[in-house]
Design a binder for this molecule. Structure first.
Ligand code: AMP
Ligand code: ZN
Length: 114
C-alpha cells in the first residue's frame, strides 16, 4: 500500500524517529506530539483499522500493547502512568487508515476520554 504514509515509513521511504522494531511491528515518535511521550506502534503489515483485524491477527494487539509497555519503561513513564489509544474509523477519530496504537505519557492526561 504505497499510498499509505505508515507503509512508507515501514518501507523506509518516509523518515521517522524509530524507537523499536521487530518482524511484526515498528514504533516511532508521533510527528505532532500531544504529550512529552507520544509514540505510535503499528503493524508492519497494512491493516486499515481495528475493525479489519482478522481472528488470526488478534494476537497482534497484545504484542503491540507489550511493545508499548516496554517503550513506556524506556521513556520513563511506566510508573507515572500512560495511556494507550486505538482509534477506529471516522467517528472514532482515525485519520491515518493503517492500524496504530498511540502511547501517550509524561504529563497528567485529561480524565475525560474524549
Ligand atoms: P489518528 O488520528 O489516530 O489516525 O492518528 C494519526 C497520527 O499519526 C497523528 O497523531 C499524526 O500526528 C501522526 N502522523 C501522521 N503522519 C506522521 C508521520 N509522517 N510521522 C509520524 N507521525 C505521523
Ligand atoms: Zn499502510
Amino acid at each position: 500500500m504505497m499510498d499509505c504514509i505508515f507503509c512508507q515509513i515501514v518501507a523506509g521511504k518516509l523518515p521517522s524517529e524509530t524507537l523499536y522494531q521487530d518482524e511484526e511491528v515498528i514504533a516511532f515518535r508521533d510527528i505532532h506530539p500531544l504529550a512529552p511521550t507520544h509514540v505510535l506502534i503499528i503493524p508492519k503489515r497494512h491493516i486499515p483499522s481495528l475493525a479489519q483485524l482478522t481472528d488470526a491477527e488478534t494476537p497482534l494487539i497484545g504484542h503491540m500493547a507489550k511493545v508499548a509497555n516496554k517503550l513506556a519503561q524506556e521513556e520513563g513513564v511506566a510508573e507515572s502512568g500512560y495511556r494507550l489509544v486505538v482509534s477506529s474509523g471516522e467517528q472514532g477519530g482515525q485519520i491515518v487508515p493503517h492500524l496504530h496504537m498511540h502511547l501517550l505519557g509524561g504529563r497528567r492526561l485529561s480524565d475525560k476520554l474524549c
